[in-house]
Design a binder for this molecule. Structure first.
Ligand SMILES: *Cc1c(COP(=O)(O)O)cnc(C)c1O
Length: 404
């Protein structure tokens, strides 16, 4: 009797592409001259960091940009720049990654979590209620796993209540809602260039804004001393005059080495985002119309970057989900389950951040209990993505048949 071995995937879900040659060359040039600090320039020289900011601002359609040491630093800096104080409540998504509540806690402020919907975006009804009930003046909106909510409705809710919106675009650099880039709806957009995001400098991040006072504060906060005139994507000197005496230096600058690595990557961001979304669509096509598995349908208004993939196993019991994760794992497909009792690797469950006062979020609990996730690095080919989908499809089918 012929026996067909089950297909196995052998790629790595954590392997990104190498740095492009142009980035390696630019990095080596910085290493050779040794002026890695962004304010260490020769007369007439423009630092790589300042050029990168100018190019990133242009790419996002923003007036101002600041490059910083990490995405998490960008978030904390943004909160300080809009005037959040210790003890203030800051609204944020219950479904996000640890650096988001961590940034809020770093100021001594208090995260107030908003429920997630079945589509993995912030629940706008719950947001409206919590805005009214809490009196919070700031929303740190996390576009978690690349899903954009109805940004028009969100901004209408926040504008009407005088709530300042800071966008966490760690997963949406290059995405847009009805043509407006992610990060350009709120007062400040924050991005990460950590290895697993859409640009890779190991660590790094950006803030963008059109608000001169906010950006002047952010630049001083990041550790510009009185050298802020060396920035290019920055507000005019008057904006700094108003804030330079009472804004503390909380160093978190980006250096010229990272900036040099990022500039060539930024030039190809659009093509990379399209390649991610092709991979996402390949997985999605392979998982369509599968009993037991629910896809997250993407709204027509959203141009997303498919650098990760999520699906739901609505109503499955934990043992069945665990069985599926184990079976896929044996075949080389690493699924992350957000419903696990204990946090594993990158934590994304609100109840594992125990420094935050406990909150009851039954809807989020229900959604996360059936939520599975995987990364789609660009080292995967479209054929790899089709294979991954075939493996998940077969294993979901097998577990579902046994009963979930
Ligand atoms: C990665 C990430 C951040 C923070 O980025 P770092 O550069 O790692 O500090 C913030 N929010 C989300 C949702 C992230 O995934």
């Amino acid at each position: 009797m012929a026996y067909i071995l089950p297909e196995v995937f052998t790629g790595s879900f954590t392997q990104q592409e190498p740095i492009p040659e142009a980035g390696i060359e630019a990095a080596v040039a910085v290493l050779r001259h040794g002026r890695l600090h962004r304010y260490n320039t020769l007369p007439g020289e423009i630092a790589e960091a300042a050029l990168l900011e100018e190019e990133f601002a242009a790419a996002m359609g923003a007036k101002y940009c600041l490059a910083v040491a990490s995405g998490g630093y960008a978030l904390g800096c943004a909160l300080r720049a809009v005037g959040v104080q210790a003890g203030d409540k800051v609204l944020t998504n219950a479904f996000t990654l640890a650096p988001v509540p961590g940034a809020i806690a770093s100021l001594g402020a208090v995260p107030l979590f908003v429920e997630v919907t079945d589509d993995l975006t912030i629940d706008l009804d719950d947001l409206a209620e919590q805005v009214a009930a809490s009196g919070a003046r700031v929303l740190m909106l996390s576009h978690m796993r690349g899903h954009l909510c109805d940004m028009d409705r969100l901004m209408a809710i926040c504008d009407a209540a005088g709530v300042t919106v800071i966008e966490d675009c760690a997963h949406t650099m290059g995405a847009a809602w009805r043509g407006v880039p992610s990060g350009r709806h709120g007062r400040i957009g924050c991005y990460s260039t950590q290895t697993y995001k859409h640009l890779n400098s190991g660590e790094g991040g950006f803030l963008v804004s059109d608000d001169p006072q906010v950006m002047a504060r952010a630049i001083i906060l990041s550790g510009s001393y009185m050298l802020y005139a060396r920035h290019r994507a920055a507000p005019p000197p008057e904006a700094f005059e108003a804030v330079k005496w009472d804004t503390p230096n909380i160093s978190g600058r980006m250096d010229n080495l990272r900036a040099a690595i990022l500039r060539p990557q930024l030039r190809r961001l659009g093509a990379q985002c399209a390649a991610w979304t092709d991979r996402y669509r390949a997985v999605e096509a392979g998982l369509r119309d599968l009993p037991g598995l629910t896809l997250i349908e993407r709204p027509a208004e959203e141009s997303f970057v498919g650098s990760s993939f999520q699906f739901r196993l609505a109503g499955w019991n934990p043992a069945a989900v665990q069985d599926l994760v184990a079976r896929c794992g044996v075949r080389g497909v690493e699924l992350k389950w957000f419903g696990a009792a204990d946090p594993v690797a990158f934590t994304s469950r609100y109840d594992s951040w125990r420094y935050v006062p406990p909150q009851s979020l039954p809807q989020t609990d229900r959604v996360l209990a059936g939520l599975l996730d995987m990364r789609l690095p660009l080292t995967f080919s479209l054929e790899d993505c089709a294979l991954i989908a075939r493996i998940i499809r077969a294993e979901v089918g097998a577990v579902f048949q046994k009963g979930v």
